[in-house]
Design a protein around this ligand. Structure first.
Ligand code: ADP
Length: 614
């Protein structure tokens, strides 16, 4: 395993640990969360609606019907004469009829018997004499203390009808009072059919006498009572004795069978069985109110009675309700079913939460990625820096060691006077000076690099003639080129515009480029420095016929410490800093540097600087 592969492997492992694993875990978690959310939303919705349903269809009806039970218990059962009047004119006409059974089970109210009209006691009513009328008057209003059996009550009622008829025919002023009293509530516990009949007759007489308006209240009361009687008769025919109510739990409400549009509230009061009779609108108001209060755009409610008829809400198709309950303790046979209008409701309800999860997930995944990538880049940079540092130390050591070693050797030779002659000694001293110059150049580069790194390099930009820069650079490399038998040409166009530059820094740039051109060229060196004006700029081009640079490496050569051939054994000196210094200086001059090169053919480095406006 190479030294380079190791850190890479670590970076890869780090990437997996810091980004991929958490992201995969997060995605898995999100997926689970979204799935759970759907179930949770379903349960949450059902919970919410269950609570509401409990309130609207259990608590509210229970409270309402508990009041009605109280009401039913409060009837003065021992005083039928009074409580019958309560049905007709009482403040709360919730019950519109009642059946009362004795503890033994026989029906106490309403008394039912077939009124044949052949009762001998009726005979006097055929006689229209004044005496008969007075007798009928007496019969119509019996003493309050008298015991009124159903038979007696029936006769009283017939008498009242006879009397009213006579008063009408004889235009007797007593008719108004008679009707007011008979219709206004003085009802008797007579047979229900007879009661209904006599009310019907008296109302007809009132209409004939033109008293409908005057007696409007009384007529209304009488009509109410007539309905009570008719309801009671119908119910009594369905339940002639308490035994017929077996199986109907006490304190509960049911719809009456046999096509009767009536509901019954069964109640046991001191051994007697009561069946309070109520019209559908009385029973249904509370349920329809609950339906409309609770139904919303999401759910549909359906209420059905003990016979399975839908009595409130919307009829539902064959769907399965998500919730079903009975309508409180008074209506155990009434079913309330709840349906979702849209089967995709859970999806929709969960959608908001799901998108919240998704966005959070995406955000967290993004954050993890950004953090991971940043961390990995930081680690990568650190690894690169470490490598650079190692390279730097190796390069510096190598570059310093060679000239120092040769200088030491030469100095030792001179000190030990092992020099054959003066000329050789002078040559050695010359060589020591050369090595010294090389070291100075190397250290200069290190210093410039260090200043560059710390952003401490300051440039003194002034308008300067490009020729001055080029000639100074050519002069600096002259000796070296001569020593290495390097063919060198320097072409400078006439009338070049001045450039805004730091002369010393720009000479460093050209010397570095010329130095490289010489270093990276074989034995037959041909180097050219050309300075030309181009589109308002000045170009300094250094051309050589050297080893060239592979395309892949051309971008990297300006990086610090980069060398195409980084082997310590390479023949030429240098530490990979020259071009990075060149690039730094050119950029600080707002200029640019390009390279065109092909392996084995040579390279052209071109520095372009903006010319000064004259
Ligand atoms: P060095 O001190 O190694 O010369 P530089 O930064 O000056 O460092 O150059 C970086 C690398 O670019 C060199 O190591 C060399 O491989 C390549 N290079 C620079 N100039 C030339 C050139 N004229 N011809 C071929 N290769 C070059």
């Amino acid at each position: 395993m190479t030294a380079q592969a190791n850190p890479l492997r670590w970076v890869l492992l780090l990437l997996i640990a810091a980004v991929i694993v958490p992201t995969v875990c997060l995605l898995w978690f999100m997926n689970q969360a979204v799935r759970n959310e759907r179930l949770a939303v379903q349960q949450k919705l059902i919970d919410v609606y269950s609570k509401k349903a409990q309130r609207f269809f259990v608590e509210v009806p229970d409270l309402f019907f508990a009041g009605k039970e109280e009401h039913l218990r409060s009837y003065p059962l021992n005083e039928p004469r009074n409580f019958f009047q309560l049905f007709a004119a009482g403040p709360d006409r919730f019950f519109q009829g009642m059946l009362i059974y004795a503890p033994q089970g026989e029906l106490l109210y309403p008394p039912l018997f077939v009124d044949t009209g052949e009762n001998p006691a009726d005979k006097p009513f055929a006689d229209k004499s004044q005496e008969t009328i007075e007798l009928a008057y007496l019969l119509s209003y019996p003493d309050g203390s008298a015991t009124i059996t159903p038979g007696v009550a029936a006769r009283v009622m017939r008498s009242r009808v006879f009397l009213a008829q006579r008063f009408l025919e004889t235009a007797d002023q007593r008719l108004v009072n008679h009707l007011r009293r008979s219709l206004g509530g003085d009802f008797l516990p007579g047979p229900a059919e007879t009661t209904a009949w006599h009310i019907e007759r008296l109302v007809a007489i009132a209409n004939q006498a033109g008293l409908a308006q005057q007696l409007a209240n009384e007529i209304q009361t009488a009509q109410n009572y007539r309905a009570v009687c008719e309801n009671a008769v119908q119910a009594a025919l369905a339940y002639p004795s308490a035994a017929a109510l077996d199986g109907w739990p006490d304190q509960t409400i049911r719809k009456l069978p046999g096509g009767l549009d009536l509901y019954g509230f069964k109640l046991n009061v001191s051994g007697q069985t009561l069946l309070g009779i109520a019209a559908p609108e009385q029973i249904l108001t509370i349920l329809t109110a609950s339906v409309s209060d609770m139904q919303d755009e999401m759910i549909r409610i359906q209420v059905s009675d003990n016979l399975g008829n839908i009595i409130a809400g919307e009829p539902a198709a064959d769907e399965k309700p998500f919730l079903k309950l009975t309508a409180g303790k008074f209506m155990p046979d009434f079913a309330v079913s709840f349906y979702f209008r849209d089967s995709a409701v859970f999806e929709k309800a969960a959608h908001r939460q799901t998108s919240l999860y998704t966005w959070t997930g995406v955000l967290v995944a993004g954050l993890v990625t950004v953090t991971g990538v940043t961390a990995i880049r930081a680690v990568g940079r650190q690894i690169r820096m470490n490598r650079l540092k190692n390279d730097f130390i190796a390069t510096v050591t190598h570059e310093l060691k060679t000239p120092l070693a040769s200088m030491r050797l030469l100095v030792d030779t001179l000190l030990e006077k092992r020099c054959p002659d003066e000329a050789t000694a002078a040559e050695y001293l010359q060589m020591i000076a050369g090595e010294n110059k090389r070291l100075t150049h190397l250290i200069d580069n290190f210093l410039t690099f260090s200043r560059m790194e710390r952003n401490k390099q300051v440039f003194d930009l002034q308008p300067i003639a490009p020729a001055d820069i080029a000639l100074a650079a050519a002069d600096a490399v002259k000796t070296k080129f001569a020593n290495t038998h390097c063919g060198f040409t320097c072409t400078i166009d006439d009338n070049l515009p001045p450039v805004n530059a730091d002369q010393g820094a720009m000479i460093t740039v050209l010397v570095n480029l010329l130095d490289n051109a010489c270093k990276y060229t074989g034995a037959d060196k041909q180097i050219d420095l050309r300075v030309v004006a181009q589109n308002g700029s000045v170009c300094f081009a250094v051309t050589d016929n050297g080893i060239g640079i592979p395309r892949r490496a051309q971008k990297k050569i300006f990086n610090r410490f980069y060398q195409v051939d980084s082997r310590l054994s390479r023949s030429v000196e240098g530490c990979g800093l020259g071009l990075s210094i060149v690039k730094f200086i050119v950029t600080a001059h707002k200029g640019k540097i390009d390279v065109q090169s092909a392996p084995c053919k040579g390279s052209v480095f071109t520095v372009t600087l903006e010319s000064c406006k004259r």
